[in-house]
Design a protein around this ligand. Structure first.
Ligand SMILES: O=c1ccn([C@@H]2O[C@H](COP(=O)(O)OP(=O)(O)O[C@H]3O[C@H](CO)[C@@H](O)[C@H](O)[C@H]3O)[C@@H](O)[C@H]2O)c(=O)[nH]1
Ligand SMILES: [Mn+2]
Length: 766
């Protein structure tokens, strides 16, 4: 298929007006900030002014890094019909779906199984699709649920195919809280279809009941000790009577090609359960470790050239994503990106409220930044919902211009070298050698070959703790360890620094839907993990700004990646702005004597933010803008501040970073009402509440003084405005501490400590 012979499978469109607007706003903002700093420089005499200049310079630094990712926002389209005109479905390359789960208490089995089943029902030839489930808890409950899920999928998958169901996620489609169009409406007309739908719904109810029963029985749940200490276990899930079905089908179909193709199409995707070995003494590297174990097991079983990664709560909300992703991967003609390693889909969430007080929609990332980065060299890897080339994950470099496949240097393919990198499993090495030597990611020998075969001999070996010792896994091969944000680090080191690119595919209907935490503490803990993980990369020897390989590929991209590595540093300027103007205001010391430029720079940044939010929401979105302003400020002095502390501890070797799992089971009723849920808030919230009390006290005390004493009132107005703005933003915190009486208010211990700390600050400096 030479370029030109067939129409391109994908298109890219540069959003020129937005690009122009972004550049204009950048120019305006830069000149304003320059004026602010120039005006403050002569006042460096006082410590407070010096600190404010340092704060402004930090803001300027981060702002500068963030700019390249806004300069060329693009959108892409995929044309699966053209793909299917150009190739028969049986010629499509295989896809292995890797699903990871870690804790049946925080991640209820029913939700996990919905993800598994939805992935099995993707619109893709059954013989070329396999789903691997990693269970880090090694829970008998999950295994049992997986078997039940497979049995249900044997009815569900054909049902979705037959009726071209749009939403392959059973719970949503069958009316468990989906939107209108999902409610079975796309199942086609006719009494027979309705009957079939009723039947499948009943099967789902039984399946659900079985799992809920099993959950109630304590015997299925392991203790914490058992979870951290158990053998590896791998099972290719089958269902009773399946062998007979297969034989019958094979008997019907002779060797004729068409029928063989139909057979490939209608086959059930493979489902494999993997619980890797866990020992307390050996590090297990969290999600990255789980994914690498799945990569190895899948290499032995189906070895598909493409891999889709899904978190256990990320269900497929359309069946189209696999074909859409292939439009980019298989398109070799412009405008398809060169050297494409992965296609990233946005993370979207089903449990969002219209009044999204925790900014859980992650608009900033998936609605703005990734669109901009896509115009640079591609969005960063985002943990879930991406289709990635296996050879690129295994360490290949992009092919020389004349060749289509990933490139492995010949020395790497030598037997000794392969074993050092990939470990000592003959079976794994044999499968690697087969695939790696052929340079194109070919259609894998279809998963059909491995069908009903016994489990590969080495399956449990490659899922054992000891297997990775002394190999390249986690460093030269697979998902990267050393960071709790394995997605960010892997995307940067494994792909971008080697010259691979990515594409962002943002279809109108959300392709995947996950769940976000719905109480403040969980949200902050999650943010702290992201912030500490990325900062630990930014401050380490792997800093993107100091990576020669990446800089050689693209300096603007290095800046855009580094921006995320330093994101947590916002904590410092925000901390300054949340203490110094307050304390000075109380003393009657003006900090913004010539406020014109500061006011203009402030207004320009607010306006720019409003434009961003509104463009992403496709309407004037003032409430979303306000929610983001508020959460940004709150997160800066909680998630980002503690993120900085943890990252420094990690760098100094004082304490390793941990991966705190988010809960996918909370009800979120307060969040849906737009009320902050402070249940379980701990020290993480303390800086925010302390600063909030300080601000309120300074605002009241300072205004009082200003009115009673007179003096240089005009020069204090900018501070009065700033303090009032902060007070308005932090009102929910004040309310949670002093006005609310419900159980979800700020724990009184936190309130008391905040008041005490604020009093100390005021006594010392006020
Ligand atoms: O030891 C572990 C820890 C986590 N997980 C799985 O990792 C996934 C993500 O964990 P979750 O608690 O949902 O974290 P989130 O904060 O929601 O994850 C976001 O942030 C992570 C990086 O910190 C990315 O990997 C994710 O894709 C991204 O959604 C879940 O399926 C977990 O089961 C494991 O398999 N083993
Ligand atoms: Mn999650």
């Amino acid at each position: 298929m030479a370029a030109g012979e067939m129409p391109p499978l994908s298109a890219v469109h540069v959003n020129k007006p937005l690009a122009a607007a972004n550049r204009l706003m950048a120019a305006v903002h830069l000149s304003l900030v320059a004026m602010v700093i120039a005006h403050r420089a002569p006042l460096l005499l006082s410590a407070a002014s010096a600190a404010m200049v340092a704060a402004d310079l930090t803001l300027l630094f981060l702002w500068a890094l963030s700019q390249s990712g806004l300069w060329r926002p693009v959108s892409r389209a995929a044309f699966p019909e053209r793909l299917l005109e150009a190739r028969r479905r049986s010629q499509l390359p295989g896809v292995d779906v890797l699903v990871v789960t870690a804790d049946p208490d925080k991640e209820p089995a029913l939700g996990v199984m919905n993800t598994v089943v939805s992935a099995m029902a993707l619109d893709y030839p059954g013989a070329r699709l396999s789903v691997y489930l990693s269970d880090d808890a090694g829970s008998p409950l999950t295994l049992l649920a997986a078997r039940k899920a497979y049995a249900f999928a044997r009815a569900w998958v054909p049902f979705c195919r037959k009726h071209s169901v749009q939403c392959p996620w059973p719970d949503r489609y069958l009316g468990g809280g989906g939107d209108d169009e999902d409610g079975g409406g796309d199942c086609g007309g006719g009494e027979a279809a309705a009957e079939e739908r009723r039947r499948i719904k009943k099967m789902y109810e039984t399946f659900k009941g079985d799992i809920e029963d099993a959950c109630r029985k304590r015997s299925c749940c392991w203790t914490k000790e058992e979870r951290q200490d158990h053998d590896a276990y791998v099972e290719i899930i089958t269902a009773a009577g399946e062998e007979d079905d297969d034989r019958r089908r094979r008997h019907h179909h002779d060797e004729e090609e068409e029928e063989e193709e139909e057979e490939e199409e209608t086959r059930m995707p493979l489902l494999v359960y993997v619980s890797r070995e866990k020992r307390r003494a050996s590090p297990h590297h969290f999600k990255a470790g789980a994914l690498n174990a799945l990569l190895r097991v899948s290499s032995l079983v189906s070895h598909a050239p493409y891999v889709l990664v899904l978190d256990c709560d990320m269900s497929c909300n359309t069946r189209a994503s696999a074909l859409e992703a292939m439009c980019f991967h298989l398109d070799r003609s412009p405008p398809a990106p060169d050297n494409l390693a992965f296609v990233q889909f946005p993370q979207m969430f089903h449990n969002l409220s219209r009044n999204d007080i925790y900014t859980n929609d992650l608009r900033y990332v998936f609605g703005t930044r990734w669109i901009g980065l896509d115009g640079l060299r591609g969005p960063l890897l985002s943990g879930t919902g991406f289709y990635v080339r296996r050879d690129a994950l295994y360490g290949a470099t992009p092919p020389p211009a004349t060749q289509a496949g990933g490139y492995f240097s010949s020395s790497m393919l030598e037997a000794g070298e392969l074993a050092t990198r990939f470990g000592h499993s003959d079976q794994l090495l044999a499968s690697l050698r087969n695939q790696l030597q052929s340079s194109t990611p070919r259609p894998s020998s279809s998963a059909a070959d491995s069908r009903r075969r016994p489990l590969p001999r080495d399956a449990t070996l490659v899922a054992s703790c000891a297997y990775e010792e002394g190999t390249g896994w986690g460093d030269q091969v697979g998902f990267m360890y050393q960071s709790v944000v394995e997605d960010y680090f892997t995307g940067y080191r494994r792909f971008f620094a080697r010259g691979w690119t990515s594409a962002y595919c943002y279809p109108a209907r959300p392709p995947f839907l996950g769940s976000m935490p719905t109480n403040l503490n969980d949200v902050l803990v999650q943010n702290k993990r992201w912030m500490s993980g990325m900062l630990a990369v930014g401050l380490s020897r792997h800093c993107p700004l100091a990576c020669p390989d990446l800089l050689a590929v693209s300096v603007p991209q290095a800046m855009a990646i580094a921006y995320f590595g330093f994101l947590a540093l916002y904590a410092f300027p925000v901390l300054c702005y949340a203490t110094l103007p307050q304390l000075c205001f109380l003393r009657g010391v003006p900090l913004f004597p010539d406020a014109r430029w500061s006011a203009a720079a402030f207004a320009s940044s607010l306006l720019q933010h409003l434009v961003e939010v509104s463009v992403a929401n496709r309407r004037l979105a003032v409430r979303a803008w306000w929610n983001e302003q508020r959460f940004w400020m709150l997160n800066a002095v909680t998630g980002q501040l503690f993120g900085c502390v943890s990252a420094f501890q990690d760098l100094l070797g004082a304490a390793a970073l941990d991966f705190d799992l988010t809960t996918k089971a909370s009800d979120g009723s307060l969040y849906r009402k737009g009320v902050f849920d402070f249940t379980g808030c701990s020290t993480l919230l303390l800086p925010a509440t302390t600063l909030c009390v300080l601000n309120a006290a300074a605002l009241v005390g300072g205004t009082w003084k200003m009115m009673t004493r007179g003096g240089a009132r005009g020069e204090l107005f900018p501070q009065l405005f700033l303090l009032s703005y902060v007070a308005a933003l932090s009102y929910p915190l004040l309310e949670g501490m002093f006005l609310r009486q419900d159980p979800a208010r700020v724990p009184w211990r936190i309130t008391a400590l905040s008041v005490a700390f604020a009093a100390v600050l005021l006594a010392l400096f006020g």
